[in-house]
Design a protein around this ligand. Sequence first.
Ligand code: SF4
Length: 89
Amino acid sequence: MNTMDDTVESELLEVPILLERPWAVYAACKSEQSLLFFPQNKNEERKALAICGSCPVVEDCLAHAFETKERFGVWGGMTERQRRKCVSR
Ligand code: SF4
C-alpha cells in the first residue's frame, strides 16, 4: 500500500526522468519491469531485445544511451556488450 510520502517521492523521481527523456512516454517498455532491461541471463536479454524491436522510440533511446554513456542494461535495442563494441571501433 502506498502512503502519501511514497507518492510524493515517486513523483519527484519521475519528473527529472521525463525532462531528460521526454520520448520515454512512448517507450514500449514503460509498463515492463525495469529489471528485465538489466538481464541476468540470455533468456531475459532476448525478451528485452524483443520489446525494443517494436519500440517506436528505439533511436532516441539508443542515442540517449550513447550520449550519457550508459554502461549497463539494454537500451535502444542493444546490450551493453554491443554498445561497447560500437564505441571501441
Ligand atoms: S528501445 Fe527498448 S529500452 Fe529503449 S525505450 Fe524502447 S523498449 Fe525501452
